[in-house]
Each structure stands twice: as structure tokens, then as C-alpha cells.
Design a protein around this ligand. Structure first.
Ligand SMILES: NC(=O)c1ccc[n+]([C@@H]2O[C@H](COP(=O)([O-])OP(=O)(O)OC[C@H]3O[C@@H](n4cnc5c(N)ncnc54)[C@H](OP(=O)(O)O)[C@@H]3O)[C@@H](O)[C@H]2O)c1
Length: 335
């Protein structure tokens, strides 16, 4: 089979290599992979600026869909032909997160999915939604993180969420918000993407360039109540306004920092007065992933795909995501 390795940081460091077709050991299955999807993290890994150690050569990307082709000894829960998604944290099956799970993350410090076949522990894969084709490759990180943020916040119908930007996490959050019957305010720095955010599930969209104080705009749009959940993906450029946008007792889901990880803010700000909760997120576990896939299936939700790139030109997928112009997930076709 063919695989792509990152042998040096930067796009030129991506190299197609020949690799062995894996043989499934006891408790494992072999998957033929059909498609993989990129996340913001994959750009950071490519550029050598990921927040966690990555040793080269590394096999990049974590999100994929594949078909079970071989069953290892002792595996009873899977059959050849089952379509599945591998887990981002192959050791996090259920229960709360433990830092030991960081020891193995697909596409970082553990071989990823930019290859035509892989072997996975039988409990580190979940059944892909039956109604999806290659779009199912988009689910492992961005979708599951949005799902965990919305479900952990135990939102009530009619409450409001804020999703920042038009990236993978935000788009899935908008789709899930519509499914849960909660109101979703999209905050974007790219006004031209507003029609797509509204189509995805946003009830309203705010142009953060026209409204740098967009937290106040969220307050205005919610008649002074504020948002019950803000999915904070912006980091240093958005955190203060995210705080301002919160309703009393609301949750700030700490997910990412696309504009930078460092904060300087006035602690006299509304955070304490609002009795807000900070909830850090690390994708999700197998149980949550399976629940999400069943919900996607029940509601017929189809992830938004921006573009699909051929395996031999995986670099084009990275370039597309780095351009900042994509709306929807960027895929690499593997077969
Ligand atoms: N903790 C976790 O488990 C977890 C899981 C998934 C992702 N993440 C993190 O969450 C963040 C978002 O991930 P993603 O995959 O959704 O990213 P993405 O698809 O690359 O999208 C990022 C979006 O952020 C907005 N943006 C870009 N630069 C910005 C800036 N300087 N200031 C404000 N907004 C900016 C853009 O939207 P507009 O053009 O609309 O403004 C862009 O589309 C990343 O930091 C990622 O690493 C964390």
C-alpha cells in the first residue's frame, strides 16, 4: 500500500512511500481507508508548530473513513465490509479524559491515516453513519469536539450558542444546534461566508469586523440574556468578547486558539460576576463518537465538504485549508 509521510516540516516534506499491508494481531482489525480529512491541527503539525511533540517522520492526519477488510483473532464485534471511523485518541474508549491518552494521538505522535490501509484495535473504531460516503471522513475531530461541547453543556431547547469562525468545529456546532433546537449565533471575520453559515444552521450571523465588540451584539440579539454556550476557538483575538457574550452561569467551551494562545484580559471583566464556567475540551471518546454518529444518521445530517483532493496531491489539501477561504471540510481521497 501507499502512505504519505511527513519527513521534514513544510509542504515539501510530504513524501509518498511504500508501506506493508498491515496484518491484524489479536484484538485488531485491518481497514482499507477511503478518505481522510484535515483539521487546523494538521497545518500546525505540517509547519512544526503544534503544541505537542511530533517526531519525524510522522504519518499525518487523524480523520478518516474506511472499511474493515480483515479481522484479527478474538474480534467478534466487527465483520468484513463494516464501514468505520478510527478514534483520534485510540485509548480513550469511555469515561472521563485522562492525560495518559495524550500518549497516542493519530497523526501526531501515533501513525495517522494518510495511507491506504491501517490496523486498529477493535475498540478504537466506531461504526460510520450509514447514510454517508466519503463525507464520513470528516467526523473524528471537529465534529466530535462540537458534539462534546454541545452535549456536555446540557443545553435546553431555545437556549443560545455562539460558534466562532467558519471552520470545521463551528460548522458542525451550527448543524448540531439546529438538530438540538437551540439558537445559534455565528461570529465570523469573513462576512462573505455568512450565507453558508446561515445555511449550515446559524439563526443569525455577526460580522466581527463590522462589530469588533461582537459580545455586545450577542447580548443585543438575545435581548440581554447572552449565550448559554460559547465555543471558543479563536483564542487571544476573541476570548474577551466571548466572555462578554456569556449569559450568567453559562459555559465557555475552551477548544482552540486560531489567532494565538496567549491572553491578556481584565479580570475585573464580567467573567466572575457572570459566574461563568470554563470547560476545556479534548475531542471525545468512542462512546461519544458512536452516539454522535447514530444522531447524524437519525437526522440525516451531511457534513459540509469544501473540496476533495487526490492522494497523489495531498499537498493541495493542505494549501486549500491554509488559504483560509475554505468553507467545509477539506478531504483527501485515498482509494
Ligand atoms: N480542543 C480540541 O479538542 C479541538 C478539537 C478540534 C479543533 N480544535 C482547535 O479549534 C480551532 C478551530 O479548529 P477548526 O478545525 O474548526 O479550524 P479551521 O477549520 O481551520 O477554521 C478556523 C476558522 O477560524 C477563523 N479564524 C482564522 N483565523 C482567525 C483569527 N486570526 N482570528 C479569529 N478567527 C480566525 C476563520 O473563520 P472566519 O473566516 O469565519 O472568521 C477560520 O475558518 C483550532 O485552534 C483547532 O486546533 C481543538
Amino acid at each position: 500500500m501507499k502512505a504519505i509521510e511527513l519527513q521534514a516540516f513544510g509542504l515539501d516534506g510530504l513524501r509518498m512511500v511504500d508501506a506493508c499491508e498491515p496484518d491484524p494481531p489479536p484484538g485488531h482489525v485491518t481497514l482499507r481507508l477511503h478518505a481522510a480529512a484535515l483539521n487546523f491541527r494538521d497545518l500546525e503539525i505540517l509547519e512544526g508548530r503544534y503544541g505537542m511533540p511530533v517526531r519525524l517522520p510522522c504519518m499525518p492526519l487523524s480523520d478518516a473513513v474506511g472499511t474493515v477488510t480483515r479481522i484479527g483473532p478474538g474480534v467478534t464485534e466487527w465483520r468484513e465490509g463494516d464501514r468505520v471511523n478510527p478514534l483520534f485518541f485510540p485509548d480513550w474508549i469511555d469515561g472521563p479524559f485522562h492525560p495518559c491518552y495524550f500518549a497516542r494521538q493519530l497523526g501526531g505522535n501515533h501513525p495517522g491515516v494518510l495511507r491506504q490501509a491501517m490496523t486498529a484495535p477493535a475498540n478504537a473504531i466506531v461504526r460510520a453513519p450509514r447514510h454517508l460516503g466519503d463525507e464520513a471522513a470528516t467526523l473524528s475531530v471537529a465534529a466530535l469536539t462540537a458534539w462534546a461541547a454541545l452535549t456536555d453543556a446540557a443545553l435546553q431547547p431555545g437556549q443560545t450558542i455562539v460558534a466562532i469562525g467558519s471552520g470545521g468545529v463551528a460548522l458542525f456546532a451550527l448543524q448540531f444546534a439546529r438538530m438540538f433546537g437551540v439558537r445559534a449565533i455565528a461570529v465570523t471575520s469573513s462576512a462573505h461566508k455568512i450565507p453558508q453559515l446561515l445555511a449550515a444552521g446559524a439563526t443569525t450571523a455577526v460580522d466581527s469586523r463590522a462589530h469588533p465588540d461582537w459580545g455586545m451584539e450577542v447580548m443585543r440579539l438575545t435581548e440581554g440574556v447572552g449565550a448559554h454556550l460559547v465555543l471558543e476557538t479563536g483564542g487571544s483575538a476573541t476570548f474577551s468578547e466571548s466572555v462578554r457574550a456569556l449569559a450568567p452561569g453559562a459555559t465557555m467551551a475552551m477548544i482552540g486558539y486560531v489567532s494565538g494562545p496567549l491572553l491578556e484580559m481584565d479580570l475585573r471583566q464580567v467573567f466572575i460576576a457572570k459566574r461563568a464556567r470554563l470547560h476545556g475540551h479534548t475531542v471525545g471518546n468512542a462512546r461519544q463518537f458512536d452516539a454522535m454518529n447514530r444522531a447524524l444518521e437519525a437526522h440525516g445530517i451531511v457534513p459540509l465538504v469544501d473540496s476533495v483532493h487526490p492522494f497523489i496531491d495531498a499537498a493541495a489539501a493542505y494549501r486549500r485549508l491554509a488559504s483560509g477561504t475554505s468553507v467545509g471540510k477539506v478531504l483527501v481521497k485515498l482509494d
